[in-house]
Design a protein around this ligand. Structure first.
Ligand code: SAM
Length: 243
């Protein structure tokens, strides 16, 4: 009687963990965001288990039924199309309801796009904020304004066709020289990470068609000073040590 959240590869199939395979093999039912996408992965892994659909359009209706089944002693595993369930993907509602009803929940560690993007960015990774997708229209400016004074490195998920517009808006809000990075197609054949100021990165991507999946990292306001100091060998600046 348990719900497992099982991360799946974000590109490279070798990133599935041994434990993920074992948990999926032992589950009674696998809940999948897209049963066709997950069906292909399960076939590749040699796993043959009932797959049930669980996505943003049916999760409200599905949660109670799933919780009932788990309460009766079944073990369910939730997977999303890629990465860790509940990270910009369905999962939160089910986790919350299971916990409310005293059902054990366990999320396995595994693939997710934001961690390699953050580490590859070279920006401070000791404190960061995961912003997921910015709202497309309503609330977008409000959200950006809320981040003006954010000191931690900020991580955004973005789609390729919105990247240039987002870089432009971020440059307006944070200033054109704010350090940032764009990681594209992580773990895949054409993986690349482009680092520079918001303006430099925008200029790079303005010159070619933008394809694939994207994570954008932006330096935080104060941390920028700190990372500059760390890498500048300027040990006369004692500002932080004295605080
Ligand atoms: N649950 C996933 C996770 O743990 O990262 C995120 C799912 S969200 C619907 C999809 C977004 O994640 C993409 O639009 C992109 O921003 C990011 N993403 C997923 N895979 C990626 C990859 N291989 N390279 C870069 N970004 C990726």
């Amino acid at each position: 009687m348990k719900l497992y959240l099982v991360p799946t590869p974000i590109g490279n199939l070798e990133d599935i963990t041994l434990r993920a395979v074992n948990v999926l093999k032992a589950a009674d039912v696998i809940l999948a965001e897209d049963t066709r996408t997950s069906g292909v992965l399960m076939k590749h892994l040699g796993i043959s288990k009932p797959l049930q659909s669980y996505h943003i359009h049916n999760e409200h209706q599905t949660v109670q039924r799933v919780v009932e089944q788990i309460s009766k002693g079944k073990t369910y595993a939730l997977v999303s199309d890629a990465g860790t369930p509940a990270i910009s993907d369905p999962g939160f509602l089910l986790v919350r309801e299971c916990l409310r009803q005293g059902i054990a929940v366990e999320c396995l560690p595994g693939p997710t796009a934001f961690v390699p993007a953050l580490v590859n960015s070279g920006l401070p990774a000791d404190r960061f904020t995961f912003e997921g997708f910015l709202p497309h229209k309503k609330g977008r400016q409000t959200r950006l304004q809320q981040l003006v004074e954010e000191e931690r490195t900020m991580i955004f998920y973005e789609s390729p066709h919105r990247l240039l517009k987002t870089l432009e808006q971020l440059a307006e809000v944070f200033g054109p020289d704010r350090p940032a990075s764009v990681s594209r197609e992580l773990t895949k054949l054409f993986e690349e990470t482009v680092r520079g100021t918001l303006t430099e990165i925008k200029a790079y991507f303005a010159e070619k068609p933008i394809k694939g999946e994207i994570v954008l990292c932006v330096a935080g306001a104060e941390r920028r000073k700190e990372s500059k100091k760390k890498y500048s060998n300027d040990d006369t600046d004692q500002e932080d040590e004295d605080e």
